[in-house]
Design a protein around this ligand. Structure first.
Ligand SMILES: Nc1ncnc2c1ncn2[C@@H]1O[C@H](COP(=O)(O)OP(=O)(O)OP(=O)(O)O)[C@@H](O)[C@H]1O
Length: 306
């Protein structure tokens, strides 16, 4: 288990981290999200020992992390760090050997990752002749090659095409299933929502919300009800209790539905009384949909970070 405990960091007058604590358990995928400059990179650099903290501690399996422990971690830094004039396969193998692998094991593992990340046609090219997205894939292979005990990835999905996103998501899911904790930062909240078991939202160096996406949703104050009614006489929505956030009341497109209804009303409501809203809807027409609308992670993010 990775434990980040009360990390503090200042750059001159700028407080980058103001007591960040979080834990990532074996086999958990943790999404680290926050606005630009919130402190994600600083936290990950301290975990990896690239930066020192001004306070707090990072523990791995209960013990303070040191150099030897970190060699068993896989890291994708924000600044990326590849040898421009080294060939793709050679480079990935080289980092595997640096991570303590035998030449044979490094070759095998590099070959596997090259295939998984669709780099086969580029394996003999110098890194600086690759597109940015392909360089990114090489960087990911470098982070993954030595079968790390923990993965810390700074924006691993940025700049990848949708096929590469799926390939990387598959590789990470495999590592996670093998019990490896995975921490990654991202601004692609739909991806974080899809992939992560747990999410931490950081703002100005403080973790302001954390938990599973379902827990974050449950804590979310904005409760929206989506109601769809067909065949109602115009004006019925005026009787709904609460504030109408959005409304679509229009004749149905195309043919009438199975009931012959040709009116379709969709309302998103912040109800003062949900049961009264249901009674109004039932009296007005045929209720086709009546459910709480789940906010997306992006909506939750905007709400808590505002
Ligand atoms: N070397 C540095 N010198 C001075 N200030 C820095 C330095 N590195 C980071 N900072 C400041 O520390 C704060 C946290 O930055 P950090 O890079 O950790 O944020 P981030 O959440 O990773 O942002 P982004 O999403 O833009 O990558 C910011 O205010 C940033 O300007």
């Amino acid at each position: 288990m990775l434990e980040i405990d009360g990390l503090r960091k200042r750059y001159g007058d700028v407080v980058a981290l103001d007591g960040v604590s979080l834990t990532v358990t074996p086999g958990q995928m943790f999404g680290f999200v926050g606005a630009n400059g919130a402190g994600k990179t600083t936290t990950m650099r301290i975990v990896m020992g690239v930066l020192s903290s001004d306070g707090g501690e990072v523990r791995w399996k209960g013990a303070k992390v040191g150099h030897d422990t970190r060699r068993r971690f896989g890291y994708m830094p924000e600044e990326r760090g590849l040898y421009a004039k080294m060939r793709v396969a050679e480079q990935i193998e080289y980092f595997g050997k640096l991570g303590g692998m035998s030449p044979e094991a490094a070759r095998r593992s590099a070959g596997d990752l090259i295939e998984r990340l669709n780099l086969t046609e580029r394996r003999g090219d110098d890194v600086d002749s690759l597109s940015l997205g392909n360089q990114q894939r090489v960087q990911l292979a470098v982070a993954l090659i030595h079968d790390p005990e923990l993965l810390v990835l700074d924006e691993p999905f940025s700049g990848l095409d949708p096929i590469a996103v799926d390939a990387l998501a598959g590789v990470l899911a495999e590592r996670k299933a093998a019990g490896v904790p995975v921490v990654f930062s991202s601004h692609q909240l739909d991806l974080v929502e899809r992939l992560c078991d747990s999410v931490g939202i950081i703002k100005a160096g403080r973790l302001i919300a954390g938990g599973t996406v379902a827990e974050l949703r449950a804590r979310e104050s904005r409760k929206l009800l989506r109601v769809v009614v067909t065949g109602a006489a115009p004006g019925w929505t005026d009787r709904l209790p609460g504030e109408i956030v959005s409304k679509t009341d229009r004749p149905r497109h195309g043919a009438p539905d199975a009931y012959g209804d040709d009116r379709y009303d969709e309302v998103v409501l912040m109800p003062t009384d949900d049961q009264e809203a249901l009674r109004v809807a039932v009296q007005a027409g045929r209720v086709q949909h009546f459910a709480w609308q789940q906010p997306s992670l992006a909506e939750i993010f905007r709400e808590v970070v505002a």
